[in-house]
Write a protein that binds this ligand. Sequence first.
Ligand SMILES: CC(C)(COP(=O)(O)OP(=O)(O)OC[C@H]1O[C@@H](n2cnc3c(N)ncnc32)[C@H](O)[C@@H]1OP(=O)(O)O)[C@@H](O)C(=O)NCCC(=O)NCCS
Length: 394
Amino acid sequence: MANLESFVCEAVDAVKFKLIRDRSDVNDPDNGFKPEMAHQVFGETENIFGYKDLQINVYFSADELDIYYDVKYTTKVDDLTNNQGLKADNVNVITEFFPTGYYTNLEEFLNVSEKKSKMFEPAGEMICEFKTDERTFQIHLCTSTTSNFLKYHERLESFLFWYVDASSRIAQDDRWRFFVVFEKFVNNEGETRYASVGYASVYQYYHYPDKIRPRVSQFLILPPFQRKGIGSKLLQTIYKHYQNNEKVCDITVEDASEDFQRLRNTIDARMLKTLPAFVVDNLKKGFNMAMAQEAKDKFKINPKQSRIVCEILRLGVIDTNNKAEYKAYRIDVKKRLNMNYLKEKRDMKKLTDRGFKVPADKKLLLPSVEENMEQLEGMYRETEDYYRGVLERV
Ligand SMILES: CC(C)(COP(=O)(O)OP(=O)(O)OC[C@H]1O[C@@H](n2cnc3c(N)ncnc32)[C@H](O)[C@@H]1OP(=O)(O)O)[C@@H](O)C(=O)NCCC(=O)NCCS
C-alpha cells in the first residue's frame, strides 16, 4: 500500500479559479487565483483525500461568469491494487455550488463565451464610473426585478463560499439592492467589453415608522482586483446612494470581516473628521450625542460605528504624554470594550434572579473581575495598535 499522506491535499491549494476574457487567458500562468477558505464546500478540515497531484480547475467567463470545470490527477486511491477498500473523496461536491449548468468541454466553453461576450451588457443602472491604474470601472445598481440579473447574481454569489465565512445564498425579495462592479475595457480587436469585478448586496430593512435602514450584507471584490481601491470606491458609492435619501435612518453592516471593517473605518474616519462636531476640542473630550447625531444626519453612519471612529480620530489628536488626557482616553475605550462582558453579567444576573440555574459551563466561560481587567488591558493594547494603523491612512 502506497504512502497515504501523498493522497491528501489541501482544498485551497487544489482549487484554482481563472477569469477568462479570451482564449489566451487559459494558459496564461499569471492568470488564476486561489480560494481563501474551502470548509463550506469540502468540510471542516479543508482536506481532500484520495488523489495525487490533484488540480481542480474552475474557469469563469469574465463577463457572464459561465463556468468550465475540470479535474486532473495522476493517481486515485481507488485504482491502486490492494487499496484496502479506501475510497477517494468526491471532489464533484464542488459542482453543487455552481448555481446553473457548467461546461466540461473547454472548446465549447470558449466558443460559447466568445459569442456571449459580444452581446454582454452589465445589467441595471450605471451609477458610478471611475479609473484606477488607468483602468476604467463602473458600478451598476440592480434590484431583484432588474432584467437578466438574477441568474447572473447567483453565479456571482457562488464566490462567497470561498471568500466569506458562514455564507449562504440570499432569498430574493424586493428589499435587496445590488451594487455590481465591472471593468470596462477594450479587447485586442478594439471592441468594448466588460468583466465582473465584485459586488455588494444591501438589504433595505424597514425602520419604524416610515424609514428604511439599509444593511450592507455581502461585500466581495474578486482577488485579482483587490488592493486597488475598488472596495473603498464601492463602499463610498453605497454611502453616496443613500446619503441624501430622507427615508434612510442610517446604514449598518452585517458581520463585517476584519479587512472590510478596516476599510470602513478608514473611509468613515475621513468623512467624519470633516464635520463640525468632530473638531479637535470636541474629539479630545470624547464621544457625545451631538457627534452621533451629526454623523447620522450628514453621512448616515450609525452611532455604534461613529463612536468607534471617534475613538480613532481622538487617538490622533490627544497628547499621550499628558497622563490625564491619555488616561481619560483609555478609560473611555475600555468602557466600550467592556460592554460585552457587562451585558453577559447582566444577562446571567437576570437569569439567576428569575430562579433559573445558570449552567456551570456558562459561568466558567465568564472570566472573574480580575481576569476580565487583564483581558481588557490586552484588548485595549490591540485596539490602540489597530487604531494607529487606521490613522496612517486617514
Ligand atoms: C475586504 C475587501 C472587500 C477589500 O476590497 P479591496 O478592493 O481590496 O479594498 P481596497 O483596495 O479599497 O483596500 C484594501 C487595501 O488596499 C490598499 N490599497 C488601496 N488602493 C491601493 C492601491 N492602488 N495599491 C495598493 N494598495 C491599495 C488599502 O489601503 C487597503 O489597505 P489595508 O488592507 O492595509 O488597510 C476584499 O478584500 C474582499 O472582498 N475580501 C474577501 C471577502 C470579504 O472579506 N468581504 C467582506 C465581508 S463583510
